[in-house]
Unconditional design. Structure first.
Length: 134
């Protein structure tokens, strides 16, 4: 008789159990609303998902059975509500990519809509004298 493996399950993710970006020097290339930019930053090893900011009615993420991390939050700061939908995939110690959609509205009127993607590549240790971010 054949044994059937249980279907792979999605795992809930929060900023407390999210993967951390490896500390060190990272190159990133981003395309935000069709405009491309790039840079190099020294990262302190931050969690992939930032802590809550403001009053959040939704703040949840999941690691899919295939390894992709999907995250969504709806948070209000003052009169502005920000909805963030993002996905992350890759190895957070060598290279990863993220796709993001951000919608902001103030008093029920959409005031900002941003779409973007970023790719990150680990370059090694931060040079001496370069302050880490995050």
């Amino acid at each position: 008789s054949q044994s059937l493996a249980a279907p792979a399950q999605d795992t809930p993710i929060t900023n407390l159990n999210a993967p951390r970006v490896k500390a060190g020097l990272w190159r990133h290339v981003m395309v935000i609303d069709g405009r491309q930019g790039s840079g190099i930053e020294c990262d302190a090893g931050r969690p992939l998902i930032a802590p809550r900011q403001g009053d959040c009615s939704k703040f949840e993420g999941v690691r899919t059975a295939g390894g992709k991390i999907l995250f969504e939050s709806v948070c209000k700061v003052g009169s502005v509500t920000t909805t963030l939908r993002s996905s992350y995939e890759g190895d957070f110690s060598s290279a990863f990519a993220t796709d993001v959609v951000i919608d902001q509205d103030e008093a029920g009127q959409v005031s900002n809509h941003v779409t973007g993607n970023e790719t990150y590549q680990y370059l090694g240790s931060c040079p001496s004298g370069m302050e880490p971010e995050g």
